[in-house]
Ligand binder design. Sequence first.
Ligand SMILES: [Zn+2]
Length: 247
Amino acid sequence: MTDKDALNSQSRQKEKTNKLSLMHLTGITDDHIHYLTPTLGIHQEMLDAWLMMQKSAKEAGITLCIASGYRNAERQLQIWNAKFSGSSPIKNNRGETLDINRLTDKEKILAILHFSALPCASRHHWGTDIDVYAKNHLPEGNSLQLEPWEYSATGYFYELSKWLEKHSKEYGFYFPYDIYRNGIAAEPWHLSYAPLSSKFQQDLKLSALREAIEKLNIKGKKTILSLLPTIYSQFITNVNPENILKE
Ligand SMILES: [Zn+2]
């Protein structure tokens, strides 16, 4: 191999890594994912931290489980298109279903984003973010709702909330949607593994997201693209800023 060939091969390799990482960030590929079950995956480099936290929770009497981990862009796209077209309900922050015939495309998009991520921009694509609950505290006959009341002082996951608030950071986890910041609703079940996700959050640039959205068969595309800078600052980067772990 000549020096020039070696250089070319090096730059091709670099290009490939770069592409791969954008594909990871936007939910196109899953080769960074370790599957715990056929339908539940998390980032492979988060596995040890997760298992350690789960074990520690167990010792405190909490059967910590993941309701939702890795989700690809295709799945998020199905959720999005179903809401945009009206086949799934769009709710407001009081839990009331909105009449989509009375909304402009812009209003629809902002209402969907309150509870559902834009495809290619969900933190669940990264494999570092998980929705958790305490299986042994869910009363028999009840199904998991992933609603704030379940995690509140009067809900059956209050003990879990208290435990996570105190201990999750010992394993590198934090709550990106700890409070409502005029973007995504508070999600007391959504944990993020900061050693990886803080970097991923910085890596997902507006220009890369635009490129990814342009390739999608997404409903409302034209309006989404025109609103993208607002969506990016209001719903994607607008999260709990305490995501960098202290050494
Ligand atoms: Zn979540």
